[in-house]
Design a protein around this ligand. Structure first.
Ligand code: ADP
Ligand code: ZN
Ligand code: ZN
Length: 834
């Protein structure tokens, strides 16, 4: 547009640095009309440093400061971030007391990441021809040939001038180099060779004629052709695309026969773009579901609650059919052309749900997975979006499934957000900032898109259930399991008594051993749950009771049998197992405590014929390990599965008749105000894994404290009693849901300095928070990686008072951070810690 040439525009940009707010740059005339909010650009910040920054807004108001630098280059031809995403980022930064730049770092896939200085690489299509290069260009090319990647700072050093951006710009234009972040262009879709009938044979009549001819001369080829037809269902209403490798897997077809058919012009090959992500073809349709009366009732209630921008909590016992209900709702929403976000606590743990959704929705489902590689993540990121240009020709995903970071995908039109297993603590990101809870952020995302939010759990968090009973969320109950499935029978086993009678075999009561024996001899499977927290294996000297600790942290080292070392779970420090006590040199060093590994080992001695599997953090490190263990258990290769929290989550096995909780006391006595709530949730969830159709499951909980009221509530499936008791406790001690918590953690190498700093900050905050400030205190683990830790716990009311408290806290922290004495103290703020 002609008039644009005369306007001076300014861009406010977000820098990938922990600095507050936006920075203003002047848009050079030639970029007017080419830059827009959500695009990345190159800017100079500080004396010599260049960064890729993200444009937040563009306007024509000159800023008050005199010297405004120019934007140096535009990276994207179209926005990679939309307004609704910015709105979420900005809410998050404000609520969780961090910078928008930190949220941006969490939100963008690392291929888009702006956190480094802009990196320059050789254009892969560039063919070196010395004559066409200027001297400086030649120097850059030579350096790139050796180093592959250069930052702009490197380049200015190499060519000996400060302003290298114009040089790099021309080099980009000449096709010599690229900015590394331009991954969308580097990304090439993967293709697959597929097989189909040639045009001439696509009618059944013509094909029959062809077959007749084959029948006479090439019987084997005819068989191959028939196999293709039945596999591809090419004459039905639902033909499938069949790839060459897939086809060759069938025993009826060899490569020679296939090539013969192609030569004869009956079949032909073509190539098809395939996603790098595995997709199952949709094979079920929710239209086939016949809902029970209870489910119908729930659906009707949910539909009315979820009109507009409602938030509803579905409290449905395990196996009540919550997932089926979600599927039905999802189908309705995507039918109206909108997208659905389905959040799961830890995606690695929920292979089964992914499979179920893909069965219904096929290629409409995208999964956003922290274990996917960069290309896969970029692909999903792009496909979460409505196509914006010719470069992005694809059908956008309509159902996005993912763990907490899936909140950040570039949705344009969400029609529903589902938060499954909303009570799960892995919705919270503990480190680094933004320390957000995806469950709570989901309600904000729903608000931004003006769409409803549905939370579901068999054991809701106290916070969400409180919101529901107090009317903030709608509440819907689904109290019966689907079909004839009964709730399991839960028995408490008093192991103190068993130990007194000397009847315990290591950690197993005779009752539990009997039950395992019975299940195994009936050909059924068993899950054993051992909460790892604080109960892993450690070494202890029998003579002086010395327990080896980490040299960097204030924690006991854990013994790992498989690799025969002792390891720190906080910093990764490992050391070999001593033969004698390092303190008193006594040889009487013994193992204490028990972890999943120990349980596994003891079981294999007690049940030598059973196949025992173990699922915990150590056995599930690799990308597919988790799936493999689940697969082996599902297919019956494993008889007994021993595991930590992982085995309590979202799994649905048909053949598990017994669940054992090895030691309930460990989790119940954990020093945390949520210990009882968590214990209830874990025990109820793991119990939910027991029971087969037509057979009632059995759960055995071993404890030293059988009279503990919580255990009775678990036995009686009495969530309400647990909830009431928790509410009264939390009211009394001013905890959530009545108050919000903010943890301020100070860390420093120097113990004395840390103490001084903590007291000083406490002194500044006391007038604001008064009795609502606890500490400063050393946490349970008071030193990690050689940094001492001291914490302040602040409680704020909800609503306006809370907001004011938070604003005041932010102000005091700014002042504190500017104090020269404490500049080196690291401060970490955690709003709503879990
Ligand atoms: P939840 O998510 O509450 O644990 P699921 O949705 O996994 O429960 O349902 C438990 C089992 O019952 C699943 O195998 C599911 O397929 C089945 N199921 C639930 N509702 C129906 C229905 N209406 N028709 C057929 N099967 C159902
Ligand atoms: Zn000793
Ligand atoms: Zn350590």
């Amino acid at each position: 547009m002609a008039e644009q040439e005369y306007i001076t525009l300014f861009a406010e940009v977000l820098l990938p640095l922990p600095v507050k707010g936006y920075f203003t740059y002047r848009v050079p005339q030639e970029l007017n009309g080419l830059v827009a909010p959500g695009m990345r650009v190159v800017v100079q910040f500080g004396q010599k440093k260049f960064y890729t920054a993200l444009i937040r807004r563009i306007h024509n108001q000159p800023p008050k400061t005199m010297s405004v630098k120019y934007l140096l280059a535009a990276i994207d031809p179209w926005p990679v971030v939309n307004e609704k995403q910015f709105a979420l980022w900005e809410w998050m930064a404000e609520y969780y007391l961090c910078t928008v730049g930190e949220v941006m770092n969490a939100a963008l896939p690392s291929a888009y990441k702006l956190a480094s200085e802009t990196r320059v690489v050789m254009d892969p299509e560039f063919v070196k021809d010395g004559d066409l290069l200027s001297d400086r260009e030649f120097m850059v090319v030579e350096a790139l040939e050796i180093q592959k990647i250069l930052t702009l700072t490197d380049i200015s050093r190499i060519v000996g001038m400060t302003k290298v951006i114009p040089l790099i710009k021309t080099m980009i234009e000449k096709g010599i180099v690229r900015v590394e972040e331009e991954i969308t262009e580097r990304y090439k879709p993967r293709t697959e060779t597929c097989i189909r009938l040639t045009e001439a044979y696509r009618s059944e009549a013509l094909l029959n004629a062809g077959m007749d001819r084959l029948n006479k001369r090439a019987y084997k080829q005819l068989q191959a052709l028939m196999a293709y037809i039945s596999m591809s269902r090419c004459f039905t209403d639902h033909p499938l695309e069949i790839s060459r490798p897939e086809l060759l897997k069938t025993p009826d077809i060899s490569a020679a026969q296939l090539d013969g058919l192609i030569k004869k012009g009956i079949l032909e090959t073509y190539s098809r773009n395939v996603s790098r992500l595995n997709h199952d073809e949709a094979s079920d349709s929710s239209r086939n579901i016949v809902f029970s009366d209870a489910q119908k009732q729930v659906l009707a209630e949910l539909k009315s609650l979820l009109k507009g921008t409602g938030i509803a909590l579905l409290k449905g016992v395990t196996s009540s059919g919550k997932t089926e209900v979600y599927i039905h709702l999802i189908e309705e929403v995507i039918g109206s052309g909108k997208q659905v976000l389905y959040l799961l606590p830890e995606i690695a743990l929920t292979t089964q749900i992914i499979r179920r959704l893909q069965k219904y929705f096929g290629e409409k489902v995208g999964v956003y997975h922290s274990r996917y590689n960069e290309f896969e993540r970029i692909e999903i990121w792009n496909k979460a979006n409505i196509p914006l240009s010719d470069n992005q020709q694809h059908q956008p995903y309509q159902v996005l499934l993912g763990a907490r970071s899936a909140l950040f995908l570039p949705y344009t039109d969400l029609g529903l957000v589902i938060v499954d297993e909303e009570h799960d603590s892995s919705y919270k990101q503990n480190d680094p900032a933004p320390r957000y809870n995806a469950r709570d952020a989901a309600t904000v995302l729903g608000h931004i898109h003006q769409c409803p939010v549905l939370m579901g759990s068999a054991t809701p968090s106290v916070e969400s259930f409180f919101n529901a009973v107090s009317g903030k969320y709608g509440l819907v109950n689904l109290n019966e399991r689907f079909g004839s499935l009964q709730m399991p029978e839960i028995r408490i086993v008093n192991i103190r008594e068993e130990a007194r009678m000397k009847r315990m075999k290591s950690h197993f009561s005779p009752q539990l051993l009997d039950a395992i024996k019975q299940a195994l001899s009936a050909g059924e499977q068993v899950i054993l749950f051992q909460n790892r927290r604080g109960f892993s294996l450690r070494l202890e000297c029998d003579t002086c009771h010395h327990i080896p600790e980490c040299i960097n942290c204030d924690v006991t080292l854990t013994y790992h049998k498989q690799v025969n070392v002792m390891k720190c779970h906080y910093c990764g420090y490992t050391t070999r197992v001593p033969d004698i006590c390092p303190e008193c040199h006594s040889p009487a060093v013994k193992m204490r405590g028990f972890g999943t590994e120990k349980v596994e080992e003891e079981l294999s001695i007690l049940f030598p014929d059973a196949v025992i599997g173990r699922m915990d953090l150590d056995t599930t490190r690799t990308k597919n390990a988790y799936q493999r263990i689940i697969g082996d258990f599902e297919s019956g290769k494993i008889d007994v599965l021993v595991g930590t929290q992982m085995v309590t989550k979202g799994l649905d096995f048909d053949n598990v008749s017994l669940v054992g909780v090895l030691y309930a006391d460990g989790m119940m006595s954990y020093p945390d105000f949520r210990a009882l709530e968590r214990s209830y949730q874990l025990m109820a969830q793991v119990s939910g894994r027991a029971g087969r159709r037509y057979k009632r499951g059995l759960v055995m909980i071993q404890t030293n404290n059988p009279k503990h009221p919580l255990l009775q509530w678990v036995v009686d499936d009495n969530y309400d009693a647990m909830f009431e008791q928790q509410l009264s406790d939390r009211y009394k001690y001013k905890y959530p849901p009545y108050y919000r918590l903010i943890e301020v953690s100070l860390r420093h190498r120097d113990y004395e300095l840390l103490n001084k700093a903590a007291s000083a900050l406490a002194g500044m905050l006391k007038p604001v928070f008064g009795g609502l400030m606890l500490g400063p205190e050393y946490p349970l683990v008071s030193r990690i990686r050689n940094l001492y830790i001291k914490n302040l716990m602040l409680k704020t009311g909800k609503g306006l008072q809370g907001k004011q408290h938070k604003a005041e806290l932010a102000r005091q922290l700014e002042i504190f951070k500017a104090l020269p004495d404490y500049k080196s103290v690291r401060i970490i703020i955690d709003v709503d810690p879990v």
